[in-house]
Design a protein around this ligand. Structure first.
Ligand SMILES: [Zn+2]
Length: 263
């Protein structure tokens, strides 16, 4: 039997458990004989992760949920393989994630980035149970509270368990956020709302979908929010920005007949 390396009571993160990096964070939440996973990562590590779980003495039939934090291929590709081994479980995700997976949308899930020759297998994954804001997922004696936190993508979820927030791709320990990309359904204003909600909540720990867990620090989140506020007015973010003040200035200078070579 493998010794369980719990990060918090009832919570194991599989990269931390293995002491090496598989890919995205894979959280196992357990209570009694029941357990669930948030994300699984790529399919080439899915069987190994399930085998580790078996060796930690969790009954495979006790898996209630395979939960997609969102539909990005690096988080969910392994669900098809894992579900074959964990056939008692339901695959859960936001209705937007369910729609993207049902239509096998290769762009919105990052399976395909043509400009960079990235083309990754997106298996057929069916979300059996859609969950959204305010829903609760029971795992033994525990209840995960579902938060809808759009911004990185439309169907991004986070999950609260007591003083812990499984925070998805909302925020990472270095203050970075999940990438902002119009083709991925990113929305900076909604992102700021999601980060503000996390900042103002009384959760103590953030358990992100990439990188190590970290203590919630409102000042650090504020710095990130301020940066995103700036993005809303920068050409760097293209159609994700709400405006570009330089164009208004230019218009005024044109109307005023100002010669920019003479200022
Ligand atoms: Zn991600």
């Amino acid at each position: 039997m493998l010794e369980r390396r719990e990060l918090f009571p009832h919570v194991i993160e599989m990269n931390h458990q293995a002491r090496r990096r598989f890919g995205c964070s894979v959280y196992l939440i357990h209570s009694g004989s029941e357990w669930a996973l948030i994300d699984i990562g790529y399919e080439d590590t899915a069987e190994e992760i399930v085998e580790m779980i078996r060796q930690m003495d969790f009954p495979l039939a006790g898996c209630r949920y395979l939960i997609a934090s969102h539909a990005d291929v690096d988080h969910i590709q392994g669900f098809e393989k894992a579900h074959r081994l964990l056939s008692e479980s339901s695959i859960c995700g936001h209705p937007d994630a369910a729609r993207l997976l049902k239509s096998r949308d290769r762009l919105m899930t990052y399976a395909e980035i043509p400009a960079q020759n990235i083309s990754i297998h997106l298996p057929e994954i069916t979300i059996d149970q859609t969950v959204s804001e305010g829903d609760r997922l029971k795992i033994g004696e525990l209840e995960l509270e579902v938060w809808h936190t759009p911004g990185h993508t439309i169907g991004q979820l986070a999950f609260r368990l007591g003083n812990l927030l499984f925070s998805g791709d909302n925020l990472f320990r270095d203050g970075c956020v999940g990438n902002i990309d119009a083709h991925h359904g990113s929305d900076i204003q909604k992102f700021i709302q999601s980060l503000t909600r996390i900042r103002d909540s009384d959760v103590e720990w953030l358990l992100p979908s990439h990188g190590p867990v970290f203590r919630k620090d409102s000042r650090m989140i504020q710095k990130t929010i301020d940066r995103l506020e700036g993005y809303q007015h920068m050409a760097d973010f293209g159609t994700c920005a709400v405006d570009w003040p330089l164009l208004d200035q230019w218009e005024q200078e044109l109307v005023d007949g100002i010669d920019p070579t003479k200022t």
